[in-house]
Design a binder for this molecule. Structure first.
Ligand code: C5P
Length: 218
């Protein structure tokens, strides 16, 4: 538990993943995209035709996921799934399986295993509140829904997916509402988390702000 953790939580498409990965790179720390674990569970469920409300089957699936994280790629059962994972269908499915307590507890130990020297930067919804409550730095990174829809739109375009901005905004709002309303590990800023509002910040400015918080800890 001496290994420092920087926990960055926030809503979908806030840019927290990009910022977290860059902070990890700057410090030479490990990086965990916890949302990917929920997305992988949703994708595996789709592949195995498991219903997104079959809690016991989904928890077993989550516990036994055969995944590999490379620098920029994610593999499920030896298949490269990085791009497919980012689609809105899988994002929405992830948000559904993430509301199930048995799935969350199945993924808890997998997440703790990423805490390796010299340190970990991680992003998600409950990194600071539930998974790493003793994190050295806790950030709640957000941006307006319109800005987040724009960012997701750009990201999908760059990956060659087609997308519709209006639909994206609607789906983001729906997903935020579900993530915030659930009884277990809801999306919200913890009392001990620092708010980082990025609507008018560049990525570099957001990264610098997180690094400054880390340097200023204790
Ligand atoms: O961050 P990302 O959009 O990839 O996460 C996908 C979904 O996984 C979220 O909408 C949320 O429901 C769920 N999630 C979660 N807890 C985390 C990370 C993601 O519930 N720590």
């Amino acid at each position: 538990a001496d290994i420092p953790v920087i926990a960055i939580d926030g809503p979908s498409a806030s840019g927290k993943g990009t910022v977290a990965a860059l902070v990890a790179q700057a410090l030479g720390f490990h990086y965990l995209d916890s949302g990917a674990l929920y997305r992988l569970t949703a994708l595996a469920a789709q592949k195995h035709a498991i219903a997104l409300d079959d809690e016991a089957a989904l928890a077993q699936l989550a516990r036994n996921l055969k995944v590999r994280f490379d620098r920029n790629e994610i593999w499920l059962d030896d298949e490269r799934v990085s791009d497919e994972l980012r689609t809105e269908i899988i994002g929405n499915g992830a948000s559904k399986v993430a509301a199930l307590p048995a799935v969350r507890s199945a993924l808890l130990e997998r997440q703790h295993a990423f805490r390796l020297a010299p340190g970990l930067v991680t992003d998600g919804r409950d990194m600071g509140s539930v998974v790493f409550p003793d994190a050295a730095v806790k950030i709640f990174l957000t941006a307006s829904a319109e800005e987040r829809a724009q960012r997701r739109y750009k990201q999908l375009m760059e990956k060659g997916f087609s997308a519709n901005l209006t639909n994206l905004l609607e789906e983001l709002r729906e997903r935020d509402a579900r993530d915030a309303a659930r009884s277990i590990a809801p999306l919200k800023q913890g009392a001990d988390a620092t708010l980082l509002e990025t609507t008018h910040l560049t990525i570099d400015q957001a990264v610098a702000s997180v690094l400054a918080s880390y340097q200023a800890r204790q």
